[in-house]
Design a protein around this ligand. Structure first.
Ligand code: PEP
Ligand code: MN
Length: 678
């Protein structure tokens, strides 16, 4: 209908509508050309060609200037067009064979920002038809994914103003979620209310707490304004519409306002112009991605509880020129004041340096899990790699031995430089420049015995208490151990002196009960190649004392450690305890050379058990001293308050006096090596 009062206005509006239509058709034409380029590009050609983009940008700027337009605003439009183009090309790099519309869950109701993000992301992914399902909480979305009610979940992980979304971070660390994509959405909040309402008449604004936080300045600008927390921005809009209350407003997207039948009273009400939320798409399994796509990878890792541990992890990224785009620390629920980290890095593990960095990180962290790799959709430019600083990395002073890398044992072996991992048991470190004494009886025999043993070894400087509850005996008629009730006695005795405890696991069936009580799991010589047990132990989070089998080579010991680490548990301490040779003068032959050899081949701490090698107590001290001098990180020695009455390995049990002698003998050796007692 023409405006009878102002026909010029009417014409101008008509012209705008025509131009807008042409603009959309031109964008469609541009996208068709982009698709042809996408199809023509070889897989090895990256989607983002910075030089070409700079040339396009300059051409636009020249044209803008020639037309007397703002280079800034025209540049902004170009950026959006280019972003859309990248996605157009990606669609063609992707080979998606989706059966039916994928069901995608999100937290909120129709009109929520998450739903808009799903629509935007799935157009890019080549399946614009999606079935969006809203849930009341993030947990409900994760449950729906787990029980198959949905195919994907889209969860917000961070906002550019408010930071992390802790509930989602927690789900990522607790549940085995697989990240398959990301989306970044501009959040543009408006104030909406009943049709006919006015800003001046509003008394209460209702919205999601984060949205309220993001619009603090606008809220403070009112003389008096109540705020009301609602579980979702779109649901807040719906509730305002239902109330019919002219004094009630909602902070939500314009889309949500429109859907609810509300009138938009003010736009762009957030405190900051750039308000963006980053979402992660969680799937059921990892998905293939285009080879020419810039990628990102999300990880969660635990750092060891000691000085400089986090720095060591971050150094790995620096050493491999891997760009870290996000790092968030999260508490570890069962370990107060210890932390795990959620990190995002640029690249994919299949890219050489990224894969190498992750392997190295596995060596220096307590625990590492890759959450997934996905197309990098962030708008921040990818930082060019920095020149590598080889010279800076050179160690001062020549190392005692050269690292030996072994690509078949990526987790146990050193990377390109010597590293030493420290494994903490309770709060006691093993490795680094510390020397740790573990002592206690061969077997737990009674409450009284273990209490006296704990007191005795603690007095002599032991920091960790040992004791067997499940004993591997050569004869079925020998004492087999007290089982879990015995372990309870050991734990109790350890607690009295602040000592964590280590005990042997013989069978997978016993593992649960032992994990609930002990601080460290021992794999005995007889079980070093019980691969099912090693795998089960690898799935626990307790540190492991892995003894060398009595007929096992050093390589086989390292392979056994790799078994445990490959399951995710990297807290392994190796133990040389004597091997079978033709010599009969000792119970076994202590292989002192295994200590420096292991130090060359692995970053894991190495301790020595001289008791089972010697078999008799008067040889334990000299063997122990030789082990310390050869570079061991600690000792595990058997001691008994009354060796004559011991039910197990009585001949090799140290007395109080011999234990004292051992510690005095060690002092000058440790001083000479620059080590200190743990
Ligand atoms: C022990 O430590 O008690 C033990 C049985 O050791 P090994 O497995 O080295 O024989
Ligand atoms: Mn023993």
């Amino acid at each position: 209908m023409t405006d009878p009062i102002n026909p010029d206005l009417d014409h101008a509006r008509q012209e705008i509508d025509d131009v807008d239509g042409q603009l959309v058709r031109l964008i469609a034409q541009r996208m068709a050309a982009v698709e042809r380029i996408g199809a023509a590009k070889a897989a090895a050609v990256p989607v983002v060609d910075r030089d070409r983009e700079r040339a396009v940008e300059q051409a636009w700027q020249r044209e803008a200037e020639a037309q007397g337009l703002s280079k800034y605003f025209v540049g902004r439009i170009l950026k959006e067009v280019l972003r859309y183009s990248h996605r157009g090309q990606e669609q063609f790099a992707r080979d998606l064979d989706q059966a039916g519309a994928p069901r995608v869950g999100y937290q909120g109701v129709t009109g929520a920002y998450s739903e808009a993000a799903i629509e935007k992301l799935f157009v890019t992914r080549g399946t614009p038809e999606v079935d969006c399902v809203g849930y009341p909480s993030f947990l409900a979305v994760a449950d729906a994914l787990a029980n198959g009610a949905i195919d994907y979940a889209l969860l917000p992980i961070e906002n550019s103003i408010c930071g992390s979304v802790p509930e989602v971070a927690q789900l990522l660390t607790n549940r085995k979620l697989v990240v398959v994509d990301e989306e970044i959405t501009h959040i543009e909040h408006c104030i909406a209310a009943m049709p006919g309402a006015s800003l001046a008449g509003l008394k209460t604004l209702r919205s999601h707490p984060i949205a309220l936080l993001q619009c603090q300045r606008a809220i403070d600008g009112f003389d008096t304004m109540q705020t009301e927390v609602w579980y979702d921005t779109a649901a807040a809009a719906d509730s305002v519409a239902e109330s019919g209350d002219m004094t009630l407003g909602a902070i939500c997207s314009e889309d949500a306002a429109r859907r609810a039948g509300l009138e938009v009273l003010a736009t762009d009400v957030a405190d900051h112009d750039s308000n963006q939320t980053r979402f992660l798409l969680i799937g059921k399994q990892a998905e293939p991605c285009g080879a020419n796509q810039p990628m990102k990878t999300s990880l969660v890792f635990e750092v060891q509880h000691r000085h400089g541990a986090l720095l060591e992890c971050l150094q790995v990224f620096e050493d491999h020129d891997v760009n870290l785009t996000r790092l968030e620390s999260r508490p570890i629920p069962d370990k107060p004041w210890e932390y795990m980290f959620l990190a995002d890095i640029e690249g994919h593990p299949d890219e050489g340096e990224v894969g190498a960095a992750l392997n190295e990180l596995r060596r220096v962290t307590g625990h590492l899990r890759v959450l997934g790799s996905y197309p990098n959709r962030s708008e921040a430019p990818v930082a060019p790699p920095r020149p590598r600083l080889e010279a800076k990395k050179a160690e001062s002073g020549a190392p005692a031995c050269k690292p030996i890398s072994n690509s078949k044992l990526p987790l146990v072996s050193h990377g390109d430089k010597l590293r030493s991992s420290v494994v903490t048991v309770g709060s006691v470190p093993i490795g680094g420049d510390k020397f740790t004494l573990i002592s206690g009886p061969c077997a737990i025999e009674s409450e009284e015995q273990v209490r006296a043993a704990a007191e005795m070894v603690h007095r002599n400087g032991a920091r960790i208490l040992r004791g067997g509850a499940f004993k591997p005996r050569s004869s079925p008629y020998s004492f087999q151990g007290l089982g879990l009730p015995g372990l309870d006695m050991l734990v109790e005795a350890g607690k009295t002196h602040g000592m964590p405890v280590v005990t042997e696991v013989l069978r997978i069936e016993d593992l649960g009960g032992i994990v609930d009580r002990a601080d460290m799991l021992q794999v005995g010589a007889r079980n070093m190649q019980n691969f099912a047990l090693l795998k089960a132990i690898g799935q626990t989070k307790l540190p492991v004392l892995l003894k060398r089998g009595m007929s096992a080579t050093i390589q086989e010991l390292l392979q056994a450690a790799e078994y445990i680490m490959a399951e995710g548990n990297h807290r392994v301490v190796l133990c040389e305890r004597g091997i079978r040779t033709f010599e009969t003068a000792t119970r076994a032959t202590l292989d002192v050379s295994a200590i420096p050899v292991l130090k060359q081949r692995t970053h894991l701490p190495v301790i020595v058990d001289p008791s089972h090698a010697a078999g008799v107590r008067n040889l334990v001290v000299p063997l122990a001293l030789s082990a310390a001098a050869a570079g061991a990180d600690g000792l595990i020695v058997e001691a008994h308050p009354n060796p004559d009455e011991a039910l197990c390995d009585k001949d090799q049990a140290l007395t109080n006096e011999l234990l004292g002698e051992l510690v005095h003998g060690l002092d000058p050796i440790l001083e000479g090596l620059g080590k200190s007692w743990a």
